[in-house]
Design a protein around this ligand. Structure first.
Ligand code: MTE
Length: 318
């Protein structure tokens, strides 16, 4: 993410368990107790000590195909944006400080079934699948990634939002002791993102729990993150601890920091330049190739209908 270069916060250039368990409190407490201390995901290797490791690799859903080779895991795992662990792209080592167990996610706000659930129960509550997704950062670089997870729509349905709930708000953990980036007080921590309910219900919106056939490495946003591949990557919030159903459009981390440059919708569009650079092309990380950017990152068929009748300029960017 790039913000105007003046201060240090400026970014350098850059087997499913049946569904009823999703809301079973007893199960959550039992599992949380059994897990005990922290699990540290290795920098690049398989997270063998992850309690959900046996669920991987999940079956690939062939409906989600790519027209480009998958980015090598080693390349992806050493080129990340995770500001909680620094503004560098090389945060893999720093992100080893992320303590991924015990980890629970609070589901609250305007829904009939608010709940706090341990991540292992959440992961087991919905069948996991692998999807090949494009990933396009607002900084004009891209990757192709085999994510594993479950549709966000399944979680939304299980929480049963009320009619007044118009948006879903996501929040990352807040722990400045663990995450040195969060000691940089000029950032509006914690990291927040949001989707309109119909965006959250779209088939493409994916709760990601793994990548490359195993549980998420820390630097990818373990233990659970979002992937919305038709939007710029900053919408894909990492290390989620809270999902809230709300009436008002959430104000995201980047909007708070630099609202004139990072809007709520952030739909990928080669025609609409970022205020300070073109979005017409992107660099495929790992290949050095620069290729044309596609409207909605190539997912127009799936998502263009969400924005019909809305002001094009606003939905594409702000
Ligand atoms: N989520 C949190 N909590 N913190 C972050 O810094 N960076 C965002 C997004 N989610 C970020 C985040 C940005 S700018 C991008 S491009 C993607 O994560 C990067 O995901 P990746 O490291 O898996 O490529």
């Amino acid at each position: 993410m790039l913000v105007k270069r003046k201060k240090s916060w400026e970014i350098p250039e850059g087997r499913a368990t049946p569904e009823h368990m999703f809301f079973s409190r007893r199960e959550i407490i039992r599992t949380a107790g059994a897990i005990g201390g922290a699990l540290a995901a290795p920098r690049f290797g398989r997270a063998a000590d992850d309690p959900t490791a046996a669920l991987y690799p999940a079956k690939r859903n062939e409906a989600y195909k790519l027209d480009r080779p998958v980015t090598a895991e080693k390349v992806n795992a050493d080129y990340n944006n995770f500001y909680e662990f620094g503004a560098s792209k090389h945060v893999a080592d720093a992100a080893q400080a992320l303590k991924v167990r015990p980890w629970s996610i609070k589901i609250d706000g305007l829904c009939a079934k608010p709940r706090e659930i341990g991540v292992d129960d959440l992961v087991k509550a919905f069948p996991l699948e692998e999807r090949l997704y494009r990933h396009r950062c607002v900084e004009a670089w891209s990757m192709a990634i085999p994510w594993t997870g479950f549709p966000l729509a399944a979680l939304v349905k299980a929480a049963d939002p009320k009619a007044e709930a118009k948006y879903v708000r996501f929040e990352t953990f807040s722990d400045p002791k663990m995450a040195p980036g969060q000691r940089q007080v000029w950032y509006p921590w914690p990291y927040i993102e949001g989707l309109r309910i119909d965006e959250a219900m779209n088939d493409l919106a994916f709760m990601v729990t793994g990548a490359y056939g195993k549980p998420l490495l820390n630097q990818f946003g373990a233990p659970i993150r979002l992937a919305t591949p038709w939007k710029y990557g900053f919408k894909s919030i990492k290390s989620i601890v809270r999902i809230s159903f709300v009436a008002e459009e959430p104000v995201s981390f980047w909007q708070k920091l630099q609202g004139s440059e990072y809007g709520f919708w952030a739909n990928v569009n080669p025609q609409v330049a970022h205020p300070r650079w073109s979005q017409a092309t992107e660099e495929e990380i790992g290949t050095g190739n620069r290729v044309p950017t596609l409207l909605y990152n190539g997912y127009g068929e799936e998502v263009a209908g969400l924005y019909k009748g809305m002001d094009e300029g606003r939905t594409i960017w702000f």
